[in-house]
Design a protein around this ligand. Structure first.
Ligand code: ADP
Ligand code: MG
Length: 486
C-alpha cells in the first residue's frame, strides 16, 4: 500500500501532524493508499512557497512562451501515463475505466489549450482624450488557492492548474480527501516538465483542516472552488475578510426538457446519459427530467426499461457503464434521498442500493422517480448520485417555468425539432450552459459555470484564464510640461 506525501516547493514532504488519512477503493471498500492528514501548518508552508515563487525567483521573470512549453510537456506526460493514471482514477473514484480514460484525455487537452493561450494574453491601448498613452495590462492574480471535488479528480485539477500556470500565477491545490491519488501522481511530473519549485503545491487533508485555512490565509489572493453549495457559501463568507477574488462552481438540479416532437429514441438515450453518466456524480447532471404530458407515460416506461439494462459493475471492467459511488458518506446520502423519494413519488426503476449481485461496494441502481412535483425535496435538492426525477409539463410556458423554478442555474437541456421553440427556450432558461438535443458534452474552448446559486465566474476557454488575471491601468504622460494647475 502506497503512502503518499505532500508536494511543497518542488519536493515531496511529510505532513506536519504525522497522521494519515485512508484512501479507499469504493468497489471493495478497502484502503488502497494513505495520504497526509494536512493541517494549518502544512497550508502555511505551501502558501509561503507559492508566495515566494510568485514574488521573486524564476517564475516571476518567466515568459509566456516558457510557461506554454511547460504546459505542453505536462499534457504530453499525462497522455503518456494515461493507462496507469486512468486505472488509479477508476480504482479510487469508482468511475468506469472507459470514462476515466476520457477524463484524462480531457485533462491533457486542457493543458494543451492553455499552453497555446499563454502567449495570447494581450492588453489594450485606451483611447483617452489627453496627450498620453493609456494602457491596460494583464498580470497574474498572485497566489491561487484551488479546492476541488472528488467526481473528476485530475480533470478538475487540470481546469484549475492549467489556466493559472499559463497566466503566471502560483498555486496551492487541495484535492478532495476521497480522491487525492492521481493529483499526487501528477505532482511527480512537475519538476521534470521544468516548473520551478513553489509554482504548484499540493496539500492533502480534510476541508475543515486544510481547505478552510487556505481560504483564510492572508497571502492567498484568489480562491477557485468547485464543490457543494454549502461549502461554497462558507468560502464566500470566509474570503470576505481578506477580500480575495473568488470563483465558485457549485451544484445544480439541472432540467433536461423533452418536448413531444423530439426524436423519441434519442430522447430516452439523452435522458439516461444526462443523469446517469459518472454514476450521476456530476454537477451538471440532468436530474430533473421534464417531459411533455402527451408522451409522459410512454417516456417513463421506456426510460425505466432501458435503465434496467445499464451495466453496473466493477470500475476496472471495460463493459461497466456504472461503478460504485465514491464513498460511504455519499452512498448513505444517496440512500437517504431514495428513502425520501419513496415518500414523495412513484418509483419506475431502481431504488435498490447494493443490488444482490454485489457483496461489497457502494453500488446504487439507476433510480427513476415519477409522478412527482417540482416542489418535492428530490426535485429541489442536489442528490449527486444516480437518481432521476421525471416531472410532467403542460406546454412550453409550463416547461420553462418549472425549469427555472430552482435555486440553481448551472445547466439545462432542451430536446425538440421545432427551431423556434428551441431558440425561445435557449433564451428563457436561466442557466450557464444550455444544450440542445444533447446533454453533458463539455469542451475546453467553451465557458463553464453557473447562474444563481450554482456559483459565479467561468472556467475554460478565454474566460478561464481571465479569472487568474488582474487588469492594471497604466497612464504615460507624453506632455513634458508641468501640469500647471497651481
Ligand atoms: P462533498 O460534500 O460532496 O464532499 P464538499 O463541497 O464538501 O463536497 O467538498 C469539495 C471540496 O471542498 C473538497 O476538497 C473538500 O475537502 C473541500 N472543503 C470541504 N469543506 C471545506 C471548508 N469548510 N473550507 C474549504 N474547503 C472545504
Ligand atoms: Mg463535504
Amino acid at each position: 500500500m502506497k503512502r503518499y506525501k505532500l508536494f511543497i516547493n518542488g519536493e515531496f514532504a511529510e505532513g506536519h501532524s504525522g497522521k494519515f488519512l485512508p484512501v479507499y477503493d469504493p468497489s471493495t471498500e478497502s484502503v488502497i493508499a494513505e495520504v497526509p492528514d494536512g493541517d494549518e501548518s502544512d497550508v502555511n508552508r505551501a502558501v509561503a512557497a507559492a508566495r515566494a515563487a510568485f514574488d521573486s525567483g524564476p517564475w516571476s521573470q518567466s515568459t509566456a512562451q516558457e510557461r506554454g512549453r511547460i504546459l505542453f510537456r505536462l499534457a504530453e506526460r499525462i497522455r503518456k501515463e494515461t493507462p496507469q493514471l486512468a486505472e488509479l482514477e477508476s480504482r479510487n473514484s469508482g468511475k468506469p475505466i472507459v470514462e476515466a480514460e476520457y477524463d484524462l484525455g480531457d485533462a491533457a487537452t486542457c493543458f494543451e489549450y492553455y499552453a497555446g493561450m499563454a502567449t495570447k494574453v494581450v492588453g489594450h491601448v485606451n483611447p483617452v482624450p489627453d496627450n498620453a498613452l493609456s494602457l491596460s495590462l494583464k498580470e497574474p492574480v498572485g497566489v491561487a488557492g484551488q479546492i476541488i471535488p472528488w467526481n473528476y479528480p485530475l480533470l478538475m485539477a487540470a481546469w484549475k492548474l492549467a489556466p493559472a500556470i499559463a497566466a503566471g500565477a502560483t498555486c496551492v491545490l487541495k484535492p478532495a480527501e476521497q480522491t487525492p491519488l492521481t493529483v499526487l501522481e501528477f505532482a511527480s511530473y512537475l519538476n521534470e516538465a521544468g516548473l520551478p519549485p513553489g509554482v504548484v503545491n499540493i496539500i492533502t487533508g480534510l476541508g475543515e483542516t486544510t481547505g478552510a485555512p487556505l481560504v483564510r490565509h492572508p497571502d492567498v489572493n484568489k480562491i477557485a472552488f468547485t464543490g457543494s453549495a454549502a461549502v461554497g457559501k462558507a468560502i464566500v463568507k470566509a474570503a470576505a475578510d481578506t477580500v480575495k477574488r473568488v470563483t465558485l462552481e457549485l451544484g445544480g438540479k439541472s432540467p433536461n426538457i423533452f418536448f413531444a416532437d423530439a426524436d423519441f429514441e434519442a430522447a430516452i438515450d439523452g435522458a439516461l446519459f444526462g443523469v446517469f453518466i459518472n454514476q450521476g456524480e456530476v454537477c451538471s447532471a440532468g436530474s430533473r427530467i421534464l417531459v411533455e404530458k402527451s408522451i409522459y407515460s410512454k417516456f417513463v416506461e421506456a426510460m425505466a426499461a432501458k435503465a434496467k439494462t445499464i451495466k453496473l459493475g466493477a470500475p476496472l471492467e471495460r463493459e461497466t457503464k456504472m461503478g460504485p459511488l465514491v464513498s460511504k458518506e455519499q452512498y448513505d446520502r444517496v440512500r437517504s434521498y431514495i428513502d425520501v423519494g419513496k415518500g414523495e413519488a412513484k418509483l419506475a426503476s431502481g431504488g435498490s442500493t447494493r443490488p444482490a449481485a454485489f457483496t461489497k461496494g457502494y453500488y446504487v441502481e439507476p433510480t427513476i422517480f415519477y409522478d412527482v412535483d417540482n416542489s418535492a425535496r428530490i426535485s429541489r435538492e442536489e442528490i449527486f448520485g444516480p437518481v432521476a426525477t421525471v416531472i410532467p409539463f403542460k406546454d412550453e410556458a409550463d416547461a420553462i417555468k418549472i425549469a427555472n423554478d430552482s435555486p440553481y442555474g448551472l445547466a439545462a437541456a432542451v430536446w425538440s425539432r421545432d427551431i423556434f421553440r428551441v431558440f425561445r427556450a435557449v433564451k428563457a432558461l436561466r442557466a450557464g450552459i444550455v444544450w440542445v438535443n444533447h446533454m453533458q458534452p463539455t469542451y475546453v474552448e467553451a465557458p463553464w459555470g453557473g447562474f444563481k446559486q450554482s456559483g459565479f465566474g467561468r472556467e475554460l476557454g478565454p474566460w478561464g484564464i481571465e479569472e487568474y488575471l488582474e487588469t492594471k491601468q497604466v497612464h504615460i504622460n507624453l506632455n513634458e510640461q508641468p501640469i500647471g494647475w497651481y
